[in-house]
Design a protein. Structure first.
Length: 176
């Protein structure tokens, strides 16, 4: 068996071979290097990303089950957290526990913003996009997106019935 490479060299982190665009904002193009993936880590994400001038790292969002963080290496940026803006510069760190306020990292400046960013890579994640009225469920490689306007509130007593009905349908399906 060949040995797995456990090191990403400094010069590799500056290659920015991995380019990501967000499906709901294709004009956003963020280049990066996936450090964790390149050494075989599966349960967490660690990336070096370059946010171009007048670009954004993502759309305004929050994760319900995964923690997320970023550390500014070079350049300046603005992070919006729960409708408040904060300026970031080299050495600044921001962390977001699961279920915390929505946020978006932007670069309104003329120089690239380079950050180390990462978080957990849970088997299941729920991501809310409050300004877009969407909720995304990711389980494994499957992603489902729902409009939050279509959501129905369920009272706790009704929830028991929904869970029981779903469980019975699942059993019936499994029994064929």
């Amino acid at each position: 068996m060949a040995d797995k490479v456990h090191i990403v060299r400094a010069e590799q982190t500056k290659e920015f071979k991995d380019t990501v665009t967000h499906p709901w904002n294709p004009a956003n193009v963020v280049a990066g290097t996936q450090l964790a993936r390149n050494v075989g880590l599966e349960r967490l994400r660690v990336n070096v990303v370059r946010v171009p001038p007048n670009g954004a790292a993502s759309v305004y969002h929050t994760h319900q089950t995964e923690e997320e963080w970023l550390y500014v290496l070079e350049g300046k940026g603005v992070i919006e957290i729960d409708d408040h803006e904060y300026f970031l510069s080299p050495g600044d760190f921001a962390g977001f526990p699961a279920g915390s306020a929505p946020r978006q990292l932007r670069n309104p400046f003329s120089e690239p913003l380079i950050c180390l960013q990462g978080g957990e890579n849970q088997a299941v994640d729920i991501t809310d996009f409050p300004r877009m009225g969407k909720r995304m469920y990711r389980h494994g490689d499957t992603v489902e997106v729902y409009d939050t306007a279509d959501a129905e509130e369920i009272a706790p007593a009704d929830l028991d019935e929904v869970v029981t009905t779903s469980w019975r349908r699942s059993l019936a399906r499994d029994r064929g």
